[in-house]
Design a protein around this ligand. Sequence first.
Ligand code: SF4
Length: 354
Amino acid sequence: MDLIEKVRNKVRLGQEEGEALYDLDLYTLGELADSIRKEKYGKKSYFNINRHINPTNVCADICKFCAYSASRKNPNQYTMTHEQILDIVDNSVKLGAKEMHLVSAHNPKDGVEWYMGAFKKIKAKYPDLHVKAMTAAEIDFLTREYGISYDEVLDMMIENGVDSMPGGGAEIFDEGVREYLCKGKVTSAQWLDIHQRWHERGKESNATMLFGHIETRAHRIDHMLRLRDLQDKTGGLNAFIPLVYHRENNFLKIKDYLSGQEILKTYAISRILLDNIPHIKAYWVTASINLALIAQEFGCDDLDGTIEKESIQSAAGSEGAKGMSLDDFVALIKNAGFVPVERDSLYNELRVYS
Ligand code: SF4
């Protein structure tokens, strides 16, 4: 059976076959990924109304690709008080947000209580609001800084109202690339272990992959396959989110951007390889809204959300920092020929804009 036949017959592919998918032309790959997407979701494209909050940019770690941390290229340090965080939440709830997505740098000055207290206060005020918070990298940082275990942090998160975990901190799992990119931060094995422990508590999470820097195609395939293995064990991953690397304001000094073609191929290949992860997300803040709209024809069924405001990718040169109005977002998806579906954070459908 050749590679295309294997994909059409839903034969699971391994590392070498995954790499060989990149050699197919873009349209063939798109057609293969699109047929899988159509079988699962038809023309539906999911999004949610969310607000990203990045409560601090003070960081003890030193990732080379980072433009956000105040200890790297960003001179403007900040750490929000709980009251400031709650003010943002209040405003976002008024605007219809149903999810608060909190991701912080690794701030050594504030203590576990600052992290957990914010979640507790949000949940006390808005019990129905979904709190997505704490990447595996943040969890690992707290254990290193305060001598507590992963299990203790995960249990604290649940006690304080965290509903699901975002997928950040995965970067690229290959140990050599990771050593260069973000030495000292959570290792690949630890990232996978933390998500496994979270899933074993009956909770769900997402998984990211930062691509377009020093990694090879083989590294991307390896990354996807490690996630597929985790998902075989736990079934707790909701979405895979390939994040396109932005090259501004950081120490990596990558000269070239990935081509749109390479980005679309990577989306399509993830749809084909990750047969057990339900959703593939084109995170428009890093991909650009236009490419994300096209990605709907290359296997992606989710465009994240209206965002409202985002600080991490925008520090690296992304133009999606200010978010987008709901009307514009819905109109763009419709104009691209898809059916916008507002979902909650766990992919229950809330409203179909047919
Ligand atoms: S990517 Fe995160 S952990 Fe790494 S330096 Fe930036 S803020 Fe810190």
